[in-house]
Design a protein around this ligand. Sequence first.
Ligand SMILES: NC(=O)CC[C@H](N)C(=O)O
Length: 358
Amino acid sequence: MKAFLILEDGTVFTGTSIGSTRDMISEIVFNTSMTGYLEVLTDPSYAGQAVVMTYPLIGNYGITPDMESRKAWPDGYIVRELSRRPSNFRCEGTIQDFLAQQDIPGIAGIDTRALTRILREKGTMNGMITTNLNYNREEILPLLKSYHIGDVVSRATCRKKQVLPGDGKKVALLDLGAKQNIARSLHERGCEVTIYPAHTAAEEIISANPDGIMLSNGPGDPADCVSIIEEIKKIYQSNIPVFAICLGHQLMALAAGAKTHKLKYGHRGGNHPVKDLRTGRVYISSQNHGYVVDTDQMDSSAAVPAFVNVNDGTNEGLEYVGKPIFTVQFHPEACPGPQDSGYLFDRFLEMMEGSNNA
Ligand SMILES: NC(=O)CC[C@H](N)C(=O)O
């Protein structure tokens, strides 16, 4: 069946429908990872976005047990070509069936590199995938222009508190739409991990007396998370060690009085170089973010840059002054992508060892 991708600037791509055939409107973002499409699909940070994969052949190893959460999150999925016959000893099905089961509309057979060039030059924009042959472009364009994602963290977070037992440090993980490998990375280092829903009051977390608090990744515009930022301000005031990733990093910065802004087309992929300003060493990181902390206007008595993106010089991490808090914009939990920065979980463990609170 034919499908169309209509962009906010009026460009139309014609391809083949994959997954669900219903209409969808979303923000269109591109990911440059060459593998790990299942971890991308199940990363809750994609809630409220449709993902274009720039790598031209997707689905080669089918659906494997590499889910990063309970379901797929993107509103839509855009590929050049889907593998017709996946092959892998762990393969449990095809991506086509998975997208249909998860009710995600997609489009295949379009020039995803041409599409990515448009998004890179004009910036991220909204788009629609439709299978309606009689779509009316003039009616659709204003809908695309006025579309706004809204509160996606509430959709992506867990419903109930959950505990992963361990004999080591007690970590409270605030689930803003967390990828599973964050909890797994702490758990495999012996930690007892208590996962809290995003709207948990800071008092509840602090009164459980954890050795450390981890703020996870998550979807949407960080500045929209007004009530969560208020709770994070209380976490900032406590002297409990904090490690935060991506949305967690942005929310801690907002809680400390900084500002965030939207990047032209974001960083999404598995080969973004980041420099650790403490050691001068560069790591290749996994990334998925559209917003960034504005360090130009940040009060340097509150926090100082700890990592910087080597490609565009944007902030990739902060170290808080006089507080056991450090936060990163990239993904040390990888999944998908390089595991080079996994050592940051060890740094968090060391920080919990050294803290008065621990
Ligand atoms: N992976 C994330 O946590 C992303 C954070 C935020 N939603 C952004 O796009 O910048």
